[in-house]
Unconditional design. Sequence first.
Lengths: 267, 283
Amino acid sequence: MRDITLGQFVAGDSFIHKLDPRTKIGMMILYIVMTFLVKKIYFLAIPFAYLVIELILSGISLRYILNALKPIRFLLIFMFLLNLLFTKGEHVWLDLGFWQLTGEAVLQSCFLAVRIILLVAGASMLTLTTSPIALTDGIERLFAPLKIFHFPAHELAMMMTIALRFVPTLMDESEKIRSAQMSRGADFESGNVFRRVKSMIPILIPLFVSSFRKADELAIAMESRCYHGGEGRTRMHQLKFRLADLLAILITLTFVAVLIVLLVLFK
Amino acid sequence: MSVVINHLTFAYTQGGKPLEPTLVDLDFTIEEGSFLGIIGHTGSGKSTFVRHLNGLLPCEKGAVVVDGHDLSVKAERKTVRSLVGMVFQYPEYQLFADTVFEDVAFGPRNMKLDEAEVKNRVQNAMTLVGLDPERFSARSPFDLSGGERRRAAIAGVLAMHPKYLVLDEPMAGLDPLGRREILALLEKLRTESGCTIIMISHSMDDIANHATKVLVLEKGRVCMYDTPQNVFARAEELQKIGLSVPAVTKLCIEMNRRGASVPASICTREAFLNWIREEKKHA
């Protein structure tokens, strides 16, 4: 439990780290668009190249990207096998009578697997180089124009910030409650699924009670410091759109443009 | 029978790598029937140490043996958890059941006792902590006052009839009356049921008045392990590591500074009054 770290943010001082979070969110959206535009495996080379450049510029070690891919490894294998089994094709490589291994199936399986890997790796580039707080700031600012439609951008961002802030606290809390109930002979490790789910009740109820208490205390603490929503609120860290951000966006757009041209040419 | 701590060293890990050790080579024995007070600065390893006493943290280096059960053996942990009761800081935060009765019964039920015995133990434990079973059994633990809630949580541990009762700052956040009640309860448990008490506290007065042995931890090492009289006689050393001494000891030190000769071992009100009576007789 202790080793879990949420938001895998790796502090750094690179070109990518220093970009405005809004830029990085934009870059990620464009990157995702790129991977979804592609229908053939060799065109994935363009988003792949983009990812490699971003990785090198950010100075983040490849290990972190691999770590981010670890949780989806079973999904990947499953999808790969499923596509291998059920994709029909003309170029038969292996005929077992009831089932044929086709070139198309292999290509399609690889394509989907690589696309998922690229998507997850790209998304984790954002969270690896942007602190959760900067990220919510960026989201707030991006959604700000929607305020005219009464979209609660500030409230949403504040809730996200608070939720992130309390993850370690609740983690600590649940560990304490777990220890206390284990000391009273609670057993969380044996029995079937139903027994195990039921054995979580003595942890979940105190955890909920304490979350509500903490929420209440936090609300009072915020009000005591004159918090009254986003209206007229200034910020300590101003987000600034700088030349580097413009450059990053332009480079990303160039990649998108090149990809579209290639796709049209080789249709 | 006793709790034997044998060269216990422990370090938390972060990202798979061990951090600076929190406990370094602890090696002593807690005798049965004693009242051990544990004092130490924040971060000295007190809480980490007591978590080893019922196997919540694994013994990696060294061993903890409770009544002959070695806690490095996983199968022994369950046995030991019914021998060693553990009351954490703010134990009321662990209440979860619909009624006080059900909450107190959680431990005994986990021990697979039959229903009659569970009922018996719950009622005894509730009476012991001063919650009348008739009035409180059916109430929700969340409707109780702060002090009542804490006592209900402690009853939940006592209902398991622990031979060793470990308490991590059980009086934190209670008013003076609440503190006295808890201390009286512990004293009663020790003298009447022969329960061994192991208590972490920041109140030197409570330790001086109740403990038979005091363990002083400093940066995860045993700094002193002795009777309260001998420990508090070393007031200067305690102050050097950021701890204080009981009010009576402070008074004695001040008196000695002004020319009196009070023995350094006096750390309780009774001992001080006795000393004055003796002095009067001789005068």
